[in-house]
Write a protein that binds this ligand. Sequence first.
Ligand SMILES: NC(=O)c1ccc[n+]([C@@H]2O[C@H](COP(=O)([O-])OP(=O)(O)OC[C@H]3O[C@@H](n4cnc5c(N)ncnc54)[C@H](OP(=O)(O)O)[C@@H]3O)[C@@H](O)[C@H]2O)c1
Length: 378
Amino acid sequence: MSFTHFDRRAMARALELAARGMETAHPNPRVGCVIARGEQILAEGWHERTGGPHAEVVALRALAASVGENAAVGSTVYVTLEPCSHYGRTPPCVDALVAAQVARVIVAIPDPNPLVAGRGLAVLERAGITVVTGLMAAEAEELNVGYLKRMRTGRPFVRVKLGMSLDGRTALANGASKWITGSEAREDVQHWRARSSAVLTGVGTVLADDPQLNVRLPGARKQPLRVVVDSKLRTPPAARVLDGSAPSLVFAEASALAGRSVSTWGANGARVEPCAGERNEGGAAAGARLALDRILERLGELEVNELLVEAGPTLSGTFVQQGLADELLIYIAPRLLGPAARPLLSLPLLEDLQQARQFRIIEQHAVGNDLRLRLRPV
Ligand SMILES: NC(=O)c1ccc[n+]([C@@H]2O[C@H](COP(=O)([O-])OP(=O)(O)OC[C@H]3O[C@@H](n4cnc5c(N)ncnc54)[C@H](OP(=O)(O)O)[C@@H]3O)[C@@H](O)[C@H]2O)c1
């Protein structure tokens, strides 16, 4: 099926609308919708927040309000994700589209959510509506990279953020790392936090920096879950990451909780959950470090779509070494810290260049005086 120039323009607009839900729609997907007749856009909609109306329903309501009932009969609907077919927090969108008697639905990508997974498209086709998928599919995948990964694998999309010097250092030998990058880069990080369902750090960073890890943008409407990976429960109860300004969750090894019936930590009642320890190749406990794959599965259960890791070289290095990092978000500051300063990631010694982990740069962008790179594993 070939698409017209107008089809692309309408879907590009639907994607633009969907992106308005970047920081508010999760754990739901970001979805946009455009209703058109011929080459004229009649109405638009987007999904703003969980529990609120879906994009298709918003657009149909807008059309009914501006033109009148039956205004969608015979129209073409452009939507960035397969319309839902199940009763969730709201009724199925496919029922609304069938009732409105639209003629064509053009969908960017199917929804891998097991509750939908092709059923939405089938309902529309059974009702005699022409359904076409695949228009601007790559852009639609990127927009919901976290939701789609969670639906397909049960785990969040993991983005590891690090600020480094020109010589690849993340802190001085004495641990000082405030601030390697400039204020613009730090503000940019706030937006990556805001679009994430959770931000995760290690106890090493909590003890060194006492970060707050919340979103401090003006008008911020949603705070990510703050997660601390802390096998021996060394996070001070007064740590800022537990300050109550956003929900917090500490993962600790069950043995660290044994004898103590801890389910909350700190004055603001941060949740503490036990997590299995990592095993080394011989099956023995590997220095009480927590099993990150278990943590990711748990965060998937908690409906975390995008996870932003803001940890030091030890924990960030483990995510990368275990192949659990889906993306690196690196800010490079034009300053030199010297070879005694801390590395970007703690990784095992390599004997051969063939063993080196390889990434491809998907984006490079100047932020103030720093350079932002986004990379994905090859
Ligand atoms: N430049 C940057 O972007 C940036 C960002 C954050 C931090 N930093 C700097 O990094 C330094 C702290 O780094 P860090 O490496 O000491 O701390 P970290 O990576 O934040 O935390 C490491 C700790 O996490 C715990 N952990 C539990 N399970 C683990 C697992 N499976 N793998 C790895 N760690 C696990 C371990 O402590 P337990 O065994 O006790 O659980 C480990 O010591 C500070 O100087 C901070 O300023 C820099």
